[in-house]
Design a protein around this ligand. Sequence first.
Ligand code: ARG
Ligand code: ZN
Length: 408
Amino acid sequence: MKISTLRIVDDEAKVTVGPSIADEFKDLLRHYKLPFEVHVEDYREYIEDHLRENLRLAEDDKVGEFNFARYHPYDEILQYLRDTVERYPTLATVVNVAHTFEGRPVLAIKIGVAKNTPKRAVWMDAGIHAREWVAPATALYFIHQLVTRYGNDQTVTDLLEKLDWYIAPVINADGYIYSWSHPARRLWRKSTAYYNSTCDDGNGDPTSSCTCTGDDIGRNCTCTEPTVRNCTCLGVDLNRNWDVKWGGQIGSSTDPCSDVYKGRSPLSEPETKGVSDFILERRGAIQAYLSLHSFSQLWMSPYGYNATKIPSDYEDHVKLSAIATAAISRVHGKQYRSGRSAAILYEATGDSMDWAYDKAGIVHSYTIELRDDGWEYAFLLPPDQILPTAQEVFPAFIQVGLYVWDGP
Ligand code: ARG
Ligand code: ZN
């Protein structure tokens, strides 16, 4: 983390600044006579408070019950998936959709009533980005609502009769685990893929190989003799690696040390390759693609790669986005903004939503940025906001199901 902007409102901005440049940054602001206030002096302490709070909540866990009101480490999420299919064997199965760089399975749960005729489906994923913990938590809550409302709630019952729901709560399992492994890694975004690159002698000729120095944020590698320079870093941004406008320069980077490193080639990563193959195998059946991220409270549609390009299904996107965001605001009054993601957030190439729309032909493809708006907590959303977040988007997901189940 050097300088990153969390939110801009009118003429005010909230930014985080790395410790090594904090004083310099303040001097710069003074120099330009820009008034500022320090909201959090020590972000490390702030992170530790956030983690402690989550840990404290674990004390209230009831045996045999999954506590949706706190964040869970990866193995507890897996256990929840296993418990759910065991409890609802006629509704839910676990499917292996990919594997991670470190060799873990990427799991999805398939929820729906088995039929002899082909069914339409909805795909939902979360946790493409490691630090966005509320996204996997929201996906788990959604799974829970589907299985427990079946037979009690007419809409959900109908939806599971008509549709299959594929829900992959943690695509970037390696990164998620990494973000849990140390407070200094809580804000890790990428995967943990690691590819040695060659160092050169300063004239472009290859020389000695990389040696890893340090194991903390980024696991930087440094070339030894004769030039000393970084040659590789940890992690690929799994939301820049998809095979859609991948070569584009906007909002993604060829630098392995960048937080938006696009990887070595389109779908070079086992996570994106596996998920994309899985979706393509169900081409035609999958009617909607939903990808959960945090934060900013946005319901975004294609395109992400170009701010001026209007997709041919734009009007349909606007219609369903309006229905979805209206459903969200009815729950706790939160207003999620909607629109084309490059226009309302920023341009970036190689994201999953654009891929699902352009390459898998899924008309209703959305990226949803959950709470908060970034002014207060950003990635460190307190656990007491998990349930409100998950509750407010639940009816929006149901609306997506209702919208696509019989087709337009
Ligand atoms: N915040 C997410 C990301 O940076 C979502 C991006 C949505 N797509 C876009 N092109 N703006 O990956
Ligand atoms: Zn994200």
